[in-house]
Design a protein around this ligand. Structure first.
Ligand code: EPZ
Length: 426
């Protein structure tokens, strides 16, 4: 294993308070949205994670200047002069596809390498393309690069998404804001990160109504009416949910600070159903548990349904619960690899298509395991904290993509976790 790993000593409890970072799945799109405003935008509460560094590189390749000061990003797009993103960057991070809409909005064209799939699924972009074509975009594919043009210009349109795709909704929004006329996106994604993006676009001068609902309406404005802005990223609900799951599994109490509890309503309902005590304030959530964990059925769905990005963390909880849980993954076609790693730690899980039958066991055993995606990796560290003995989690670069100082935050809650550099060969 040529990558860093995390060594975890088991039988520990997580208790205390942790500050949640800004949302990865919002900040990346806010950075892309800055393309639409010529000048310097400032984005606050940006997490210090590898995906953000990659998106900064994408923007710099386009000609923008990106400066990080602690958790603040200053993005000056005055000198942005390219509408083409190279394969080697897009292949490292699928979310680079989020520059497609704003590049079309700013230049009327774009050349973006087609993103590949990843461990959790094919991650197609057909809905992005159908939605943008409705706005007047023409696409061609040339040796793996998507060529977008608008020979007759953009125009507002009514589009119904086949599935409330987060990425497709975002790309459509960032083109529609400068498409003359009215655009209606039906069956739009309703995630809090969509609302955050719409709030920033409106601060830049866009006219958007219905953010967070199934139907979003955009009144296009001329590009020159959009300008830079200052915007603060919302808290990361998935990072928060990850630490809450840690508190639920070990007993807590764990408080996550800097998150709107409304973003996690379904997850909090499941924590309660599984025997936890949950209390909330305006910007914090506390979870603890005194009795046994109880089994619960979970099915992942687009927001406000149960988030797929917390499926692994709650599968871990179910693997230690009293009873049998049925977990159904409806969003991605291959997001049960975490189960295979958990089986190595003594869990009792049967996979059947997109269902996982999880029979609770008394305890897990520490073991060497490997991260398959960032959420599974984060959950494996939590599994090690509660297991008997030592666990080594390999391929932690996945975790670095979406969790700022995960080891440091867990240590502040009492975990005995240490990052081991591959360079030391330990
Ligand atoms: C975003 O991915 C998030 N990533 C994902 O988080 C998250 O799991 C997902 O939304 C769902 O909430 C970022 O925001 C960077 P989708 P996205 O378009 O936009 C299929 C994490 O761990 N689909 O809603 O790619 C797609 O294959 C990551 O932080 C098409 O078939 O999600 C998937 O099965 C993982 N065609 C489903 O829809 C399309 O054109 C949901 O995709 C678009 C999507």
């Amino acid at each position: 294993m040529g990558t860093d790993s995390i060594l975890v000593r088991g039988n520990h409890t997580l208790a205390g308070e942790v500050k949640i970072s800004g949302a990865k799945n919002s900040a990346l799109k806010l950075m892309a949205a800055s393309i639409l405003g010529c000048g310097q935008s400032i984005i606050e509460n940006v997490p210090d994670i590898s995906d953000i560094r990659l998106m900064s590189e994408v923007l710099e390749r386009l000609g923008a200047k990106v400066q990080r000061e602690d958790h603040r990003l200053k993005i000056d797009t005055s000198s942005l002069d390219s509408f083409s993103t190279p394969y080697e960057l897009v292949s490292k991070m699928r979310a680079s596809i989020s520059v497609l809409g704003p590049l079309i909005g700013r230049f009327g064209q774009a050349k973006v390498a087609m993103p590949g799939g990843c461990q959790i699924g094919a991650r197609k972009i057909d809905m992005h393309l159908v939605g943008l074509e409705a706005l007047g975009v023409k696409f061609a594919v040339d040796h793996g690069t998507l060529i977008a043009t608008t020979p007759d210009g953009l125009k507002g349109a009514a589009v119904t998404l086949e599935f409330p795709s987060v990425g497709a909704t975002e790309n459509m929004l960032m083109a529609a804001v400068v498409a003359p006329g009215r655009t209606i996106i039906e069956n739009a994604a309703r995630e809090p990160e969509i609302v955050d993006l719409c709030n920033m676009l409106c601060a830049m001068g866009a006219k958007i109504e219905g953010a967070g609902s199934m139907n979003i309406e955009v009144l296009g404005v001329p590009l020159e009416e959009l300008g830079p802005c200052t915007h603060t990223t919302v808290g990361d609900r998935i990072e928060a949910g990850t630490f809450l799951a840690g508190g639920a599994i070990t007993g807590g109490p764990v408080t996550v600070q800097g998150i709107d509890p409304d973003y996690l309503r379904m997850s909090l309902m499941k924590l309660d159903a599984m025997g936890c005590q949950v209390s909330c304030g305006d910007d914090y959530i506390t979870v603890s548990r005194t009795g046994d964990l109880r089994a619960a059925d979970i099915q992942t769905l687009p927001h406000p349904g149960f988030p797929t990005d917390l499926q692994a963390q709650f599968m871990l909880m179910a693997s230690l619960a009293d009873g049998v849980s049925l977990i159904t993954e409806n969003v991605f076609e291959n997001r049960f690899m975490f189960a295979s790693e958990l089986l190595r730690m003594g869990a009792d899980i049967t996979l059947e298509d997109h269902h996982a039958v999880v029979r609770g066991v008394d305890h897990l055993q520490g073991a060497p395991v490997s991260s398959t995606d960032l959420r599974a990796g984060a959950a494996l560290v939590l599994a090690g904290i509660v297991a008997d003995g030592y666990t080594t989690v390999y391929e932690v670069q996945h975790i670095d993509r979406g969790y700022e100082d995960y080891v440091g935050k867990l240590r502040s809650l009492g975990a005995d976790v240490v990052r081991q550099s591959a360079a030391c060969g330990r």
